[in-house]
Design a protein around this ligand. Structure first.
Ligand code: NAP
Length: 271
């Protein structure tokens, strides 16, 4: 699909991977709606979430590229927020061609001590959020004659890991939903794919996974990321948000690719 003049929505765009995808799509010619809970706290997630100031920075960077942009505060777990977000996009950007469902959270800890509230919040953001955004986006994409959905899953959705049962299960669900939607929406000219990022130094990794890995491998927290990716990946480095944006843009452009879960992990996961 030629991306020039297309309208894209990126959720979880205040920072990290979502911000890089929004900027990458703008470079590729899209107008971009950037959405985020942008509240810093949701009461359950143990690390600080992004802020409305960070969302405004993303929007500013998209506009600097000369593209249309609207910044929307929306919690993807709330159907009313999601519907309002879609209506705002239609009013301000004229329609929707691409949904990138990127918003996600992580919580770590053994199953035996994980609270029900933590389990529910992970599934609410990572799984229900993807469902609600797709449900609201599909009629809009159909109205434009087709489009693209890219769901941000994870290598954690391909292999379950100790201390991450809720997160891994939620990302496996995203991969499964992607396959179902790809078959369902193919006749409507909507390609649906997942991206499985590997290891990135964004908030969720540095604040949650670094302490977990440091304890597991008896390595200082400030060294564990580099040591982990050296050992874990064929290419010997972690991924950047720009690596994930590049793969997302490929999936948006590709004419005959649907139903896949594209791993971007430098060889850290090869399925
Ligand atoms: P991040 O910097 O924490 O960004 C995640 C974004 O999602 C944040 O901006 C966050 O909001 C937003 N968000 C959280 N709950 C939300 C909600 N209810 N509604 C709307 N937005 C919400 O983490 P990231 O590393 O860029 O993660 C992006 C995606 O990549 C996630 O789906 C994650 O699971 C996946 N991923 C990351 C890695 C990694 O190594 N970092 C690896 C594999 C997959 P706030 O801005 O308010 O925080």
């Amino acid at each position: 699909m030629d991306l020039e003049g297309k309208v894209a929505l990126v959720t979880g765009a205040a920072r990290g991977i979502g911000r890089a995808i929004a900027i990458g799509l703008a470079h590729a010619g899209c107008d971009v709606a950037v959405a985020d809970i942008a509240q810093n706290q949701d009461g359950i997630t143990v690390y600080p979430l992004g802020s409305d100031a960070e969302l405004a920075v993303t929007a500013g960077q998209v506009r600097k590229l000369g593209r249309g942009c609207t910044a929307i505060q929306a919690d993807v777990t709330k159907p009313a927020d999601v519907e309002q977000m879609m209506q705002t996009i239609e009013q301000r950007l004229g329609g929707l061609d691409i949904l990138v469902a990127n918003a996600g959270i992580i919580m770590a800890g053994p199953v035996a001590s994980m609270s029900e509230a933590e389990w529910d919040r992970i599934f609410s953001v990572n799984v229900k959020g993807v469902f609600l955004c797709a449900r609201a986006a599909i009629p809009r994409l159909v109205a434009r004659g087709g489009g693209r959905i890219v769901n941000v899953a994870s290598v954690a959705g391909k292999t379950g890991r100790a201390g991450l049962a809720g997160y891994c299960a939620s990302k496996a669900a995203v991969i499964s939903m992607t396959q179902s939607m790809a078959e369902e929406l193919g006749p409507m000219k909507i390609a649906v794919n997942a991206i499985c990022p590997g290891y990135l130094k964004t908030a969720m990794f540095t604040q949650v996974l670094n302490p977990l890995l440091a304890r597991l491998y008896h390595v200082p927290e400030d060294e564990v990321f580099e040591r982990f990716v050296q050992r874990q990946t064929f290419l010997g480095r972690g991924q950047t948000p720009e690596d994930i944006a590049e793969a997302t843009i490929y999936l948006c452009r590709a004419e005959n690719v649907t139903g896949i879960a594209l791993t971007v992990a430098g060889g850290g996961e090869v399925h």
